[in-house]
Design a protein around this ligand. Structure first.
Ligand SMILES: *[C@@H]1O[C@H](CO)[C@@H](O)[C@H](O)[C@H]1NC(C)=O
Ligand SMILES: *[C@@H]1O[C@H](CO)[C@@H](O)[C@H](O)[C@H]1NC(C)=O
Ligand SMILES: *[C@@H]1O[C@H](CO)[C@@H](O)[C@H](O)[C@H]1NC(C)=O
Ligand SMILES: *[C@@H]1O[C@H](CO)[C@@H](O)[C@H](O)[C@H]1NC(C)=O
Ligand SMILES: *[C@@H]1O[C@H](CO)[C@@H](O)[C@H](O)[C@H]1NC(C)=O
Ligand SMILES: *[C@@H]1O[C@H](CO)[C@@H](O)[C@H](O)[C@H]1NC(C)=O
Ligand SMILES: *[C@@H]1O[C@H](CO)[C@@H](O)[C@H](O)[C@H]1NC(C)=O
Ligand SMILES: *[C@@H]1O[C@H](CO)[C@@H](O)[C@H](O)[C@H]1NC(C)=O
Ligand SMILES: *[C@@H]1O[C@H](CO)[C@@H](O)[C@H](O)[C@H]1NC(C)=O
Ligand SMILES: *[C@@H]1O[C@H](CO)[C@@H](O)[C@H](O)[C@H]1NC(C)=O
Length: 484
């Protein structure tokens, strides 16, 4: 009852505050490997600092946890995390921060965290860094005096950007009018060890990166009663070796013990492998001759043999509304034969999960003002960074690639004013002035970036020799254009 009242209070509040400033540019924060405070190892995560002076960290995004948390410098004395010294996402020594203030009596918003770590609460400054070109410095958005959690003991990597439905960081950004509203988008990337790829990710607070997705954008309501409120219905899962031979893992004529006809799955970043219904998992194991395994400590199944060049296997997840997400062969069964599907016991009652392996293929956009979220196919390679404001209750749209001759004819300014960017032009222009226009973009830089991107892509999963889209003409290379 109390929660019902709370919910209707939220609804009333949302309805009464229609005045979102959708011209506010979003805050874009990269996700990749970097140096972190208190550790020699480069670690994958969101480029976020904490304290005064800033201690830089790599934070893993969570869409269930509400608090943004950091590992205390003593975390590893008190933790069962494997390779703790190089896996915490950085360490935060709050005694060295002049702005940290502990809050003894703080009531946690993460009561359902399920014992993964314990910490203390306090307020301190959070530094959100935006970093486009490796050769340039980062710019920061300072979120001063905001609630943080400092993890003192536990079993997981506790450096987390908490983007759950009661996210304190998102609430603060919106309440201080630093972003358009409580909207957030995520591409998790594949540059972390478990995924074994090279594609980097990004967070966009109050916006989305319109260059990062393509095709139809699919809308879903949030299920606020779930720990992971973003849930979808899966109506089929198909293994394909080529377009002529598809096997549905729901096919009861092929797999007689199959009862599943569809199931609800929660989207989560809290684990890498997908957790599917028991019968579907059994069918997957039969089809791939897969065995239980625990190489990565996450119970991912191991296939009997790797893909052969002429018969690579991919797995396609079909959602109720027809949105399909394909896990490509190099992710499904790569050279080490570990799949991104977790073992499942017959009596396991936990939710089913579409997890980080799924989000490696998908761009996620969440609107916590209208409690809906959007999914679209992620553009993984050669995506220009194009963060735009995500106005609450609006539907995100992918960036429309201009034809090269359009760039030549009109130039960048012409393109913006001429409306190629449509309604988002104003946001882009604002973004341009704030972040980009001061950058010098000479031909050499562009070529260096191109070359670097080309080299980086050699390590990427799908190696390509040439960029997928035509770069804009050199005379008008826009600030936001970046090789990834
Ligand atoms: C809305 O945001 C824009 C861009 O940040 C700013 O210039 C403008 O003053 C804001 N409008 C209001 C009413 O706050
Ligand atoms: C934590 O462990 C490190 C090395 O393992 C040790 O040097 C340090 O004294 C320990 N700190 C505490 C507070 O126990
Ligand atoms: C985050 O807050 C929401 C809303 O209060 C709650 O339902 C959810 O369980 C919280 N998340 C965790 C991990 O406790
Ligand atoms: C919570 O953690 C316990 C112990 O690790 C586990 O058995 C249980 O399934 C977890 N629950 C959820 C919802 O993850
Ligand atoms: C943290 O990152 C910022 C932005 O790149 C940088 O200016 C600062 O020097 C870094 N701090 C440390 C201690 O490396
Ligand atoms: C930080 O915010 C709290 C309330 O959230 C306030 O009581 C405190 O005075 C603030 N501290 C500073 C240094 O602004
Ligand atoms: C270890 O964890 C406990 C429980 O979270 C905490 O009270 C204690 O201070 C921690 N010790 C260190 C050295 O961080
Ligand atoms: C296979 O995946 C593992 C992680 O599951 C990764 O460490 C390894 O580099 C990958 N190998 C190839 C060839 O992609
Ligand atoms: C197999 O599935 C793919 C998509 O997953 C589809 O494009 C193709 O038409 C299917 N082939 C057959 C024979 O059903
Ligand atoms: C990802 O980021 C790292 C920096 O940690 C960079 O070295 C690498 O080139 C990036 N990968 C791609 C594919 O751009």
């Amino acid at each position: 009852m109390a929660s019902l009242l709370y919910l209707s209070a939220i609804v009333l509040f949302v309805q009464s505050t229609v005045a979102f400033n959708c011209s506010r540019p979003p805050i874009y924060v990269d996700i990749h490997k970097r140096a972190v405070h208190g550790s020699d190892a480069f670690q994958y995560g969101s480029f976020i600092g904490v304290g005064t002076p800033a201690q830089n960290q790599s934070l893993w995004p969570s869409i269930s946890q509400n608090h943004t948390s950091f590992a205390a410098s003593t975390y590893c004395n008190n933790s069962t995390l494997k390779n703790c010294a190089t896996s915490t996402g950085g360490l935060f020594d709050f005694s060295e921060s002049s702005s940290f203030q502990e809050q003894d009596d703080y009531q946690t918003k993460d009561a359902n965290r399920n014992g993964t770590f314990k910490g203390i609460y306090g307020t301190d400054d959070i530094h959100l860094y935006t970093h486009y070109f490796e050769t340039d410095g980062a710019t920061q958005n300072l979120v001063s005096n905001t609630t943080i959690e400092v993890a003192e003991s536990g079993s997981i990597t506790p450096a987390i950007v908490g983007m759950g439905q009661a996210s304190t960081l998102l609430d603060t950004l919106a309440a201080r009018d630093m972003i358009a509203g409580r909207t957030y988008s995520l591409y998790i990337g594949q540059g972390f060890d478990r995924a074994g790829g090279a594609v980097n990710g990004s967070n966009t607070f109050g916006g989305y990166d319109s260059g990062r997705f393509t095709g139809d954008v699919h809308r879903y309501p949030m299920s606020l009663n779930r720990r992971n409120p973003m849930a979808v219905k899966v109506k089929d899962i198909v293994l394909s070796s080529d377009s002529k031979s598809n096997t549905s893992l729901f096919d009861s004529s092929k797999f007689p013990d199959t009862k599943t006809t569809s199931f609800d799955a929660e989207i989560t970043t809290d684990q890498f492998p997908l957790s599917l219904p028991y019968d579907v998992t059994q069918n997957f194991m039969k089809q791939l001759n897969a065995q239980e395994d625990n190489t990565w400590g996450d119970n991912s199944l191991k296939a009997a043999s790797g893909p052969s060049a002429d018969k690579p296997l991919s797995l396609t997840i079909v959602l109720e509304d027809g949105f399909t997400v394909t896990i490509p062969p190099e992710v499904l069964i790569n050279a080490s034969n570990i799949t991104p599907i977790q073992k499942r016991d017959a009596d396991d009652t936990r939710p089913y999960y579409l997890s980080a392996a799924f989000l490696g293929q998908v761009y996620l956009m969440a609107d916590y003002e209208s409690y809906s979220f959007y999914l679209a196919e992620a553009v993984q390679k050669n995506a220009p960074v194009m963060p735009v404001s995500f106005c609450p209750k609006s539907t995100p749209a992918p960036y429309e690639y201009p034809k090269q001759n359009a760039w030549v004819r009109q130039g960048l300014i012409g393109a913006v004013i001429g409306g190629i960017f449509g309604g988002i032009g104003i946001a882009i222009t604002a973004w341009c002035f704030i972040l980009g226009c001061r950058r010098r973009r000479d031909e050499k830089r562009l070529e260096r970036e191109l070359e670097k991107g080309r080299r980086a892509k050699m390590g990427q999963m799908e190696v390509e020799d040439v960029p997928e889209f035509d770069p804009p003409p050199k005379s008008a290379t826009p600030f936001f254009w970046k090789k990834r």
